[in-house]
Write a protein that binds this ligand. Sequence first.
Ligand SMILES: [Zn+2]
Length: 70
Amino acid sequence: MLAMFDDMAGSTVYEHAFTCPYCWETITMLLDMSAAAQCYIEDCEVCCNPIELEFSVADDALIGFDARSS
Ligand SMILES: [Zn+2]
């Protein structure tokens, strides 16, 4: 399930569902689409392990996404 909407700051965020590399649960995170490429650490909402997220954006569309254990 994917949804595009504007957050309160006015920037476009993207709700992306993926599998946690630690617990294999499907989790969703909001990705900030305002930058072309991003890489940061976000804790899993299920197992609380730090997931390294890396993704690319072009024309407000997600063109690459990777989630791995850091
Ligand atoms: Zn997890």
